[in-house]
Design a binder for this molecule. Structure first.
Ligand SMILES: C[S@@+](CC[C@H](N)C(=O)[O-])C[C@H]1O[C@@H](n2cnc3c(N)ncnc32)[C@H](O)[C@@H]1O
Length: 237
């Protein structure tokens, strides 16, 4: 009797552990390869699972990005962890924006879905397979960098932020509208089950201030994410 009870407890604990690691944390503690594999497994179903609606995506993502680019509508944007191309697709629906966007992700099948849905967009969406921990771009390359719903799955979310800010061109007197970072912060009860991968609003604000970013705006967005906007300033300003 005690033997079977022990077996049952071990099985239950193993099940809970696997649920935590693979379903809630989506492999985040097991390395970038496991995360990419997890997303590749669901790539074809991802858009249906997320139930994206154009109207909401335009309101929350496409329009705010395009508006910040009204002075340089051809400025190039980098979307890190682009997945199936959510940000590129929302941006390409905005007629005021006429530039190109690079969508970067580690998961090849997520990028295949993104390619299928953006291939008709006249080469304005460029897809690259790479790791967000070491971006293959020079410092200060992009007037805007975006990364939605992905930081918490990276090996080091703080290094992910540092890389985003490194490749982001700071705002200048000539280009006061550049230097924008648009990202998300995981909230809710699941965020508390991902220690070391998520931050409280205060913790995130402190990290962003040091990078150095200003005009930090962290506002409620989806039930499990806050939306984060901030602008990079040149060192010493
Ligand atoms: C929840 S999806 C978000 C996709 C898209 N940004 C969206 O909002 O629909 C998370 C994405 O992050 C990507 N990702 C996670 N860790 C990564 C890393 N270290 N480098 C590049 N991409 C990564 C995954 O492959 C996946 O496509």
């Amino acid at each position: 009797m005690i033997f079977w009870l022990t077996v049952l407890i071990i099985l239950a604990l193993t099940g809970l552990f696997l649920y935590w690691q693979l379903i809630i944390a989506e492999g985040a503690y097991l390395g970038a390869r496991v995360v990419a594999f997890t997303y590749d497994c669901v790539a074809e179903k991802y858009n249906n699972i997320k139930e994206f609606e154009d109207k909401f995506e335009d309101f929350a993502i496409g329009v705010p990005i395009a508006n910040r680019f009204h002075r340089q509508p051809k400025g190039m944007i980098l979307d890190i962890a682009t997945g199936t191309g959510r940000v590129p697709l929302a941006l390409m629906r905005q007629t005021s924006y006429r530039g190109q966007i690079i969508g970067l992700d580690r998961a090849s099948r997520m990028l295949s879905v993104a390619h299928r849905d953006t291939v008709t967009l006249d080469k304005r969406v460029i897809l690259i397979q790479a790791d967000a921990m070491a971006l293959p771009f020079a410092d200060n390359s992009f007037p805007m960098v975006t990364c939605l719903e992905a930081l918490e799955f990276m090996p080091s979310p703080e290094q992910g932020l540092r890389e985003m800010v490194r490749v982001l061109a700071p705002t200048t007197h000539r280009h006061p509208d550049q230097g924008w970072l648009f990202t998300s912060n995981r909230i809710g009860w699941e965020a508390r089950l991902m220690p070391g991968k998520t931050w409280s609003t205060e913790q995130l604000r402190a990290i962003l201030e040091k990078l150095p970013l200003r005009y930090i705006d962290i506002t409620p967005w989806e039930s499990i994410y806050d939306m984060v906007w901030a602008q990079k300033i040149a060192n010493g300003e």
